[in-house]
Write a protein that binds this ligand. Structure first.
Ligand code: PLP
Length: 402
């Protein structure tokens, strides 16, 4: 009986689930305090139009995020279309011709490849910014290269992304940042924080990062933010990035939103709780599949992000897994996902995303590049119960007998 099998694992992991809930409590308190300190009130939800001068909703939302992420300043904006856009904005805002960008955790996220190295499309390379990559083999940083190169900007990916490695813990980020301050003190450390927010009780800036970047349709949007991205960090860097978001003469003085900021506020308020549900779902999935003899991530301890990665045996299993997740989604449960050539990705990708907000991967979703070793990624889950129901469906459709 599949359900019984999963219930049993749930029981065995009760202590770890309690730990995840404790983290949520700390984060909820942190977010709540930031709301109170910033005296957020209903006037901040009002829509604005035109230039958006004196848009108090925009300004207070930025302040709120700065406080939550313990940063000097922040930009949170529906004008940022996605995580990729937020990261691009930060890179172009900070880097100048002849600067060097170094990726410290191997190949950065797929959609950044062309941003960095594309030819003739306005990439960083087109603007004379050089790029270096340090491999992160066996989850070990290549400090020697960083010390030699002393890059202007170091980009570090917190989550596992599409790589077979554990997410970086805040503890590991702290060790990395301390070492960089020692061997290359002028390098700016930028954290791709996608999928990492509220998974631990601290965020990368508290561990020494200079700037963090993420998507509002992932963790910090709490499932409610309809679009957007955020960037938080050193005041001077945020100012540079703001001038890139709008215009060098305007910065963050402008930017209106003719819809309400309400879902952004409500979303960040819910985020600690929703993220903890997603973390529990991710953790349960990794335990269930590892009991069944599959290699899974997270492989040691509690998750460092909201992604569970599973190495399937065949392409068929991988596709079946994604289709089950689609089938058990609240939206578009009747459609069948197929592998396709998605913009920004080098392999065919299959995606299950029966989400309320298009592409919102804090909602339960699954995806996989179609290539051996057939790794499937499951992330999110607005509720833990949904993730559990999905797991039951996945195992049923795979004809697993237990
Ligand atoms: C999702 C993600 C991105 C890109 O965000 P999009 O909103 O999909 O553009 C970048 N880096 C990591 C690690 C991500 O998980």
């Amino acid at each position: 009986m599949i359900e019984k099998f999963i219930n049993q694992i749930e029981k065995e992991e009760a202590e770890n689930f309690a730990k995840i809930e404790k983290i949520a409590l700390v984060n909820q308190e942190k977010v709540l305090s930031a709301f109170r300190e910033n005296k957020i009130s209903s006037r901040h939800f009002n829509p604005t139009n035109g230039y958006g001068y004196d848009d108090v909703g925009r300004d207070a939302l930025c302040r709120l995020f700065a406080d939550i992420f313990k940063a000097e300043d922040a930009i949170v904006s529906p004008l940022i279309t996605s995580g990729t856009h937020a990261l691009t904005l930060a890179l172009f805002g900070i880097l100048r011709p002849n600067d060097t960008l170094l990726a410290a955790t191997g190949r950065p996220y797929d959609t950044l490849e062309e941003v960095i190295n594309g030819e003739g499309i306005g990439s960083l390379r087109d603007f004379g910014i050089s790029y270096m990559q340090c491999e992160y083999t066996n989850e070990i940083f290549d400090y020697d290269t960083i010390e030699k190169v002393k890059p202007k900007l170091i980009i570090v990916q917190r989550s596992k992304g599409y790589a077979w490695q554990n997410a970086l813990s805040i503890e590991k980020i702290a060790v990395f940042c301390a070492k960089i301050k020692e061997i290359s003190p002028d390098s700016i450390i930028m954290m791709d924080n996608c999928y990492g927010e509220f998974v631990e009780t601290k965020e990368p800036i508290e561990a020494g990062a200079d700037i963090v970047v993420g998507s509002m349709t992932k963790n910090p949007g709490g499932g409610l933010a309809p679009t957007g991205g955020y960037i938080a960090g050193k005041k001077q860097l945020i100012e540079q990035i703001g001038r890139r978001l709008t215009a060098p003469s305007l910065g963050m003085e402008v930017g209106s939103y003719f819809s309400s900021y309400l879902p952004f506020y409500q979303g960040i308020f819910l985020a600690p709780s929703v993220v903890s549900s997603a973390v529990k779902g991710c953790y349960l999935a990794s335990k269930v599949f590892s009991h069944l003899g599959y290699e899974t991530l997270p492989s040691n301890g509690l998750p460092g992000d909201i992604i569970c990665a599973i190495k399937f045996n065949t392409e068929e299993e991988l596709i079946s897994f994604c289709r089950s997740v689609q089938k058990i989604s609240p939206i578009d449960s009747h459609v069948t996902p197929y592998p396709w050539d998605m913009p920004g990705y080098s392999h065919q990708v299959i995606m299950a995303a029966g989400t309320f907000v298009q592409g919102a991967t804090l909602e339960l979703s699954a995806d996989a590049p179609i290539k051996p070793p057939y790794i499937g990624y499951m992330q999110g889950g607005l509720t833990y119960q949904h993730a559990k129901l999905a797991l039951i469906q996945i195992l049923k459709d795979m004809n697993i007998n237990i």
